[in-house]
Design a protein around this ligand. Structure first.
Ligand code: ATP
Ligand code: MG
Length: 397
């Protein structure tokens, strides 16, 4: 009686009336059976994209060559995909050929794991040709068909297996494990962004520790960005998911300096705390990389509760560094926060009464803060005033 399911049943009935079959498929059925919150509802249908277009008023083509359209129906969006199979994955991205097929059974056969290969019709009847329900009940990740074959078709499925294990707290079945061990190297052929999405879901899963452990045991780390570059990381199972996460962010930052880190972190499904903290760690790491040293400014900016995580992160990246080193710097910081500055915004305004208020005040305070923290300037009113007096004009804008 979930309203979203009710709406999709109604959508299925519309298809029916025009003589087409339709089923809810994939993750939605899995999550419904598990009693987990359902994200998107995907529909599979015997209708072609053209035919779907004729049944509904609002249809947006989003991947017609793969048989997928987006249907807006009763103010909700549904991805509706024509029953299909796939052949050949020479570029490891897109199947070389997509063929539309006649039955839901054929469509289910292309899906990755038994728990994702179930379909439900408008009467809530479940079609489950591969024993997905059993595997859900027993908490097992099992491939549809032969795991080795399925992973060589599309290596991303290996990452998916591990992220489902982490998200659902499921056991990865031994055939699947072996196939991952054998074929992990093929992950190198997959577009990094796609691997990263699955890895992010893995690190955000309840069972992320086991997920990461599996990455290590099955040799997956050796073929993941950044982890393959820094071999230490493969041996360190992070005490906290933050480390793995900050490393990934840093990696992306190194690839593309224009990337908006915060935006990027947000797009990963992490809690706000993880977002904030991993952002701080990534920032600290960037500051560190400038000279490969722990500066006063770095320690000043790093929230205290992240000191240990940061040390672990550096160690994981192969730097030999002791926690003591950071706590020593922390103990010698001239100020703990901006509030401790002996010369603040008010004093700046007083010193330059003729200058209209504006962003120069904020950047002026930041300049003072940076100089004081780095001990280029003592935190004394008179000395800061003298220093600021020389600015003239008092900082730009
Ligand atoms: P989530 O809840 O995270 O969205 P999901 O199972 O719905 O999980 P999607 O990526 O949305 O994952 O894919 C929808 C369905 O499409 C899957 O349940 C599965 O049946 C199928 N699928 C997705 N990716 C693959 C793949 N690489 N190989 C085979 N089948 C896949
Ligand atoms: Mg989904």
């Amino acid at each position: 009686n979930d309203p979203l399911f009710q709406t999709s049943f109604s959508l299925l009935t519309q298809l029916h009336r025009k003589g087409f079959e339709g089923h809810i498929v994939g993750g939605a059925v899995r999550d419904l059976v598990l009693g987990r919150p359902v994200g998107d509802i995907d529909i599979a249908t015997s209708a072609t994209p053209d035919q779907v277009n004729q049944v509904f008023d609002q249809v947006i083509p989003i991947g017609v060559e793969h048989g997928t359209v987006l249907v807006r129906y009763q103010s909700q969006s549904f991805e509706v995909t024509t029953y299909r199979t796939e052949q050949g994955y020479t570029d490891f991205r897109h199947p070389d050929q997509v063929s539309f097929v006649q039955s839901i059974q054929d469509d289910l056969s292309r899906r990755d794991f038994t728990i994702n290969a179930m379909a439900m019709d408008a009467n809530e009847k479940i079609i489950d040709p591969y024993g997905g329900k059993d595997d859900l009940a027993n908490g097992r990740i099992r491939a549809v068909g032969d795991a080795q074959t399925r992973f060589s078709e599309d290596p991303l499925r290996m990452m998916r297996a591990l992220r489902f294990a982490s998200q659902l707290q499921f056991e990865v079945e031994s055939e699947v494990r072996t196939a991952i061990e054998d074929q992990a190297a093929k992950l190198g052929h997959i577009a990094t962004e796609r691997v990263a999405i699955e890895f992010a879901k893995l690190t955000a899963g309840v069972n992320y520790k086991e997920g990461l452990q599996l990455c290590s045991q099955l040799g997956v780390f050796s073929h993941l960005p950044i982890f393959s570059k820094y071999h230490h990381l493969q041996k360190v199972v992070p005490a906290d998911r933050l480390e793995g996460f900050a490393v990934l962010i840093t990696y992306y930052y190194e690839q593309d300096n224009n990337i908006d880190i915060l935006q990027w972190v947000k797009s990963w499904k992490q809690s706000n705390k993880v977002k904030r903290d991993s952002f701080s760690l990534a920032q600290a790491l960037r500051e560190f990389r400038k000279k490969d040293e722990v500066t006063h400014w770095l320690v000043y900016q790093l929230p205290e509760h992240l000191l240990i995580s940061f040390v672990q992160l550096l160690r994981a990246l192969g730097y030999r560094i002791e926690e003591q080193c950071l706590t020593n710097v922390a103990a010698k910081l001239p100020i703990q926060s901006r509030n401790d500055l002996a010369f603040g915004a008010k004093d700046l305004i007083q010193l330059f009464p003729q200058k209209p208020k504006g962003p120069w005040i904020k950047s002026g305070v930041e300049k003072i803060e940076y100089a004081v923290v780095n001990k280029q300037l003592p935190n004394k009113y008179e000395q800061i005033k003298e220093w600021v007096d020389q600015w003239n004009p008092p900082v730009n804008n």
